[in-house]
Design a protein around this ligand. Sequence first.
Ligand SMILES: C[S@@+](CC[C@H](N)C(=O)[O-])C[C@H]1O[C@@H](n2cnc3c(N)ncnc32)[C@H](O)[C@@H]1O
Length: 249
Amino acid sequence: MDVLADIQRRVLGDEIADLRCGGFLEPGDPHSIAQALSVSRGGLLLDAGCGNARLGVETANRIGVRRYVGFDRDEKIVTVAREVARAFPEASVFAASFESADFDLKADAALALDSIYLADEPSIALRNLGSLLRGGATLYFTVYVGEGVQEGGVRGRTESGWLAALTTAGFEVVDCNDATDQWRHWARQLHSARLEAWDQVVGQLGPVAGLQRLRTSRRMLGRDGRPAFLDIVRRAKIVATKSRRPNDR
Ligand SMILES: C[S@@+](CC[C@H](N)C(=O)[O-])C[C@H]1O[C@@H](n2cnc3c(N)ncnc32)[C@H](O)[C@@H]1O
């Protein structure tokens, strides 16, 4: 039995645990993501920073697109994603970054769960992503923000900074939902349960990987002498559409 997967299953339920997602999902998210991205049949879903591609392929199935395209800058995870995406009839996964992605495609919908906030330059990442979407296409993504916080991809960024970068990149903001309370609620349970299972985690993952995961949980909960990451960082779910205006980038 995988102790971390088991904890995730107990806290977040089967649907979330089965997806083994690299990003954070709370109960109900797969449904709401698919709702936000629902496109007409025959479309193309782009999964940016796709990780293992499980959420992307699940979303592609739920919204009924014909084609799934994922990309991630980590070549190791791309190998896993290609294997996962084989279950989808028309799928490709590329090794590429937000900064360099320049495929010859126009997607009808795009998903970037807990990935684009890791890009070095949000404006460049969003502009590149925008060039891969047709006018009117919907983008769903999540970010972590926090003024003064210089870690974990947060880099002092704010919701308003992300919204301004979206506008500059030729998007129209549809929704910016403050998801902090839910994230804190579920993540506190998850990380507390991991710390309670300390011996099992180290026993199963070994001292290096096990302690690394537990250090993350201590940092999240502020058990390492610093302010809890879960107290000083906020999370937002953002939905935007690519502008149809021809002069927008
Ligand atoms: C927290 S994981 C989320 C993965 C996936 N979206 C999911 O939810 O399972 C973040 C992913 O973003 C990728 N990533 C980080 N920076 C990136 C960049 N600049 N360009 C492309 N991918 C990036 C990482 O390699 C990693 O797979």
